[in-house]
Design a protein. Structure first.
Length: 213
């Protein structure tokens, strides 16, 4: 074999080797690096018992917040009636805020050395919020369901905030008070006002205005 042919063969071999190195290695499997429920403690000057308590509480709040977030999106898609446009936008706005809260809670769990709950099936098993039907419901029923879900979260968040304070976990206490409680309270206010029985116009006033004209 000539030197030229050997050189060409070497270059082809190098090209094939390079292509193999760039090819994705698929179907990889391995053991979990951290099982759910186990703590990989970080150097955050917080007792492991305190971390464990907060992780358990935050995973419950996380599951319920993810459920509420998804309920907002369901109602965003399925809302109907005269207030469709306003509620369509409001539900989507609240969904976005709850989605940001989900990320904040999950990252706090990881920061404490825990594993945040993540998959829908696990969330459904963990959440204490009643599951709504698959079909569409009237806006007052949708809003009532959302208000009930908010109250579930607010009740547990108040208890968990006190527990976090008692064990010295100021970061978790701040998250629960500043983000979970205050954020949910504000959304409750916006929702509740839609259930006030307020007519669009008063018949007597409308009649008087008609007579005056």
């Amino acid at each position: 074999m000539s030197a030229k042919k050997r050189d060409i063969g070497t270059r082809i071999s190098q090209l094939e080797e390079g292509a193999q190195r760039a090819k994705p290695v698929l179907h990889q499997h391995a053991r979990e690096i951290q099982p759910y429920g186990k703590i990989a403690k970080l150097s955050i000057a917080l007792d492991e018992t305190a971390c464990e308590s907060s992780i358990d509480n935050l995973n419950q709040i996380l599951a319920d917040t993810m459920t509420l977030r998804d309920m907002y999106k369901k109602h965003h898609w399925q809302v109907a009636g005269a207030t469709f446009y306003q509620l369509h936008l409001l539900f989507d706005k609240h969904h976005g805020e709850q989605d940001e809260l989900v990320d904040t809670i999950a990252e706090r769990i990881q920061l404490l050395g825990g594993v945040s709950i993540a998959m829908a099936a696990d969330v459904a098993e963990t959440s204490i919020i009643p599951r709504p039907p698959r079909g569409r419901e009237e806006p007052p029923v949708q809003i009532s369901r959302l208000l009930e879900a908010h109250e579930f979260i607010l009740k547990e968040a108040r208890t968990m905030a006190r527990e976090a304070s008692e064990v010295g976990d100021d970061g978790t206490n701040d998250l629960l008070v500043s983000d979970v409680i205050r954020g949910n309270e504000l959304q409750v206010w916006f929702l509740s006002e839609h259930l006030v029985a307020m007519p669009l116009s008063h018949p007597e006033q409308a009649k008087a205005a008609s007579s005056a004209s």
